[in-house]
Write a protein that binds this ligand. Structure first.
Ligand SMILES: Cc1cc2nc3c(=O)[nH]c(=O)nc-3n(C[C@H](O)[C@H](O)[C@H](O)COP(=O)(O)OP(=O)(O)OC[C@H]3O[C@@H](n4cnc5c(N)ncnc54)[C@H](O)[C@@H]3O)c2cc1C
Length: 286
């Protein structure tokens, strides 16, 4: 299908984008990499009257590190982030997760901000943002506000951003000494995950006890979810196979995935159980 008619604008200045958003509100849509938006337009799931193309806007694709925090512009392409040494050093989880996002052709166009704003239930980057307790920077004619990732993802394809706001930057911080990994199961390489897990752990170098554990799941709920019970089960313990298995079982108990064409609720729980135990094993045996 073809999209319904819309007015197309291609500003080069962020203030112009903000003014257009303020003028058109819900009638406007921002176009970043177009990898999710264009199919939705073609299927007529969205019918904006104005399309604001962000691809000529300057200074939205900057990538910097300040005090150990990665500051990533929303128009940074996923593939650029995946190949950036700065990202690998400061937020390796971003790179570990991006390898699972679609195919490289999609990541060549798809942006960091587009994925976070689209907020698909099985998207990897929202899980990463939740786990790393990322800060989302939004701008509108009312000014700038910063929202914690835990308050940002509100359900399938829904965020806390208002229709007149643009996501300009995301800030990722990895606690010093933390190890991370991202594991998922998809039917075919490049497909959206049936279930996936982002994991972070800090091990006490003296005692080898797990000091801090964070776990987040994708594909098992309307959006990314922190697995607080599974975290609590292993925190303060040695990473024994038994402890990791208990954490996996706790993870499966604390989610209620839906059944759809691709997998049943029970199967998704079983995947999560195994993925949590495997992810913890991977980062605690390095
Ligand atoms: C075949 C295929 C497979 C894919 N597989 C995966 C996968 O496995 N995992 C995954 O996570 N994704 C997957 N994707 C989606 C891909 O990652 C997209 O790139 C991403 O979801 C959207 O990024 P985009 O830059 O293309 O945004 P767009 O499609 O341009 O925009 C998406 C939405 O975000 C809004 N938006 C964009 N930028 C901003 C901003 N700065 N501020 C406010 N709103 C904004 C747009 O208005 C739109 O509503 C796949 C896509 C395809 C086509």
């Amino acid at each position: 299908m073809k999209p319904p008619p819309f007015k197309y604008v291609r500003p080069s200045d962020l203030n112009e984008v903000i003014s257009l958003l303020s003028q058109h509100g819900e009638e406007a849509r921002l176009l970043a990499g177009g990898q999710s938006l264009v199919p939705m337009l073609n299927f007529r799931l969205l019918r904006p009257s104005v399309l604001i193309d962000l691809n000529a806007v300057t200074h939205m694709d900057s990538l910097a590190v300040a005090d150990g925090t990665l500051l990533i512009g929303s128009m940074v392409r996923q593939r650029t982030a995946e190949r950036s040494p700065d990202v690998l050093i400061t937020a390796p989880l971003v790179v570990q997760a991006l390898r699972h996002v679609g195919h490289f052709q999609i990541r060549n166009r798809g942006t960091m901000g587009g994925s976070l704003m689209h907020s698909a239930p099985a998207a990897e980057l929202p899980g990463v943002a939740l786990l790393l307790e990322a800060q989302m920077v939004l701008r509108s004619s009312r000014g700038e506000r910063v929202i914690q990732a835990s308050d940002f993802f509100c359900g399938p394809f829904t965020t806390a951003a208002d229709p007149d706001e643009i996501l300009t930057e995301v800030r990722f911080h990895t606690p010093p000494g933390a190890r991370t990994t991202f594991l998922e199961v998809a039917r075919r390489s490049g497909d959206f995950a049936l279930a996936g897990v982002a994991a972070l752990a800090r091990i006490d170098p003296e005692t080898r006890v797990l000091k801090e554990v964070r776990l987040a799941a994708i594909g098992v709920s309307g959006g990314p979810v922190r697995l607080f019970q599974a975290e609590a089960v292993v925190t303060g313990r040695y990473a024994t196979p038994e402890a990791l298995r208990e954490s996996g079982a706790a993870a499966a108990d604390e989610v209620t995935p839906s059944t759809d064409l691709h997998a049943s609720e029970d199967y998704r729980k079983r995947l999560l159980n195994v993925l949590v135990a495997r992810a913890l094993a991977e980062i605690t045996t390095l």
